[in-house]
Design a protein around this ligand. Structure first.
Ligand SMILES: [Zn+2]
Ligand SMILES: [Zn+2]
Length: 337
């Protein structure tokens, strides 16, 4: 079968490999659609702190069950499913506290172990979610990025009526803003690209700011009635955005860091003390897949504007290169098999 094979950074191609076996406790899935994610691009560029090589990339995987090797699983051959791609040990300190997304021995598909940009993949049955049939495979791919966005909001315990400043109008930022609307919070989306701000407006985000044109401190002061943002999500990993979160957050506000910066950054921690801020890391997601499936199937989150392009499996290496060189060109590119 064919797979998108990243031999080493910047060396990506389609390779013929053997079909996977289906060990006990696993199901084998015929892949139907797979998203290209920011972490696939950092794996390609060699900037991922966790990826090892060679690697079959891809962790946003939708497909059909073709074999189930488990007597306890409800899954059946022919079910359309999405894989929860974070395989955890269940024994370490974070796992014992239910925070399996931050497992000390975490193996994420396409990062630590081979992923889903391939025709077949085997995956533990307890990390496979059955999908309602009414949407397209491409739309279902967005469950994984939506789960990341929802996890950030849950880390912050965002409440109705609160303002949430979101740095980054890419897929995670856009989906975080849509999720904020569902709980009655007021999202303020910040991005340097007007096209992304336009996409946000399309899905009902009224407050969009471009730091190259808007004085974001003044605007956020205006929108929040002088208080500044009770909650902030950083979804770019850009050093200047990370630094600015401390300025736009309200006194006693909360910040979640979702983006992965490529290097260390120094921050004025006196601001954290003076404002008595709560700062959260937000990594992957835990327990968010059922909610994300529900938001998408009921249309409360509109994923269509976020999907920029659908390509074939064979075209994925080319689009990984394009996305690495021009990160602003597409929001989401999805391979369809
Ligand atoms: Zn992803
Ligand atoms: Zn663990």
């Amino acid at each position: 079968m064919k797979a998108v094979y990243l031999e080493r950074p910047e060396d990506i191609y389609i390779k013929e490999i053997d079909e996977p076996l289906c060990p006990a406790g696993y199901a084998r899935v015929r892949v139907r659609a797979v998203g290209i994610c920011g972490s696939d691009i950092s794996a390609y560029k060699g900037t991922s702190p966790m990826c090892t090589y060679p690697r079959i990339i891809g962790h946003e995987v939708v497909g059909d069950i073709v074999e189930v090797n488990s007597s306890s699983s409800q899954l059946k051959v022919g079910d359309r499913v999405i894989l929860e791609p974070y395989i955890y040990c269940g024994k370490c300190y974070p796992c014992l506290n239910g925070r399996t997304n931050s497992c000390e021995n975490l193996k994420v598909l396409g990062v630590h172990i081979d992923g889903g940009m391939t025709e077949y993949i085997s995956h533990p049955v307890h990390l496979i979610h059955k999908l309602p049939e009414k949407l397209s495979d491409e739309e279902w791919v967005m469950v994984e990025p939506l789960s990341i966005a929802m996890h950030a909001l849950h880390r912050l315990k965002v409440k109705e009526g609160e303002h949430i400043a979101i740095f980054g109008g890419g897929q995670i930022g856009n989906l975080a803003a849509q999720s904020a609307l569902i709980i009655g919070a007021i999202p303020i989306l910040i991005d340097l690209l007007d096209e992304r701000l336009g996409k946000a407006r399309e899905v009902g985000i009224e407050n969009v700011l471009n730091p190259q044109k808007d004085n974001i401190m003044e605007k956020i002061k205006e929108i929040t009635g002088g208080r500044m943002a009770e909650c902030v999500v950083e979804a770019t990993g850009a050093l200047s955005a990370i630094r600015t979160t401390l300025d736009v957050v309200a006194c006693t506000g909360r910040i979640a860091f979702v983006g992965w910066p490529s290097q260390e950054i120094s921050l004025p921690t006196a601001l954290i003390t003076r404002k008595e801020l709560d700062i959260y890391g937000s990594r992957n997601s835990v327990g968010e897949f059922p909610g994300a499936i529900d938001f998408i199937s009921t249309g409360r989150v509109d994923v269509k504007p976020v999907i920029s392009k659908v390509v074939s499996l064979e075209e994925i290496p080319e689009y990984v290169r394009i996305l690495a060189e021009e990160p602003g060109r597409f929001l989401k590119v999805i391979g369809k098999l």
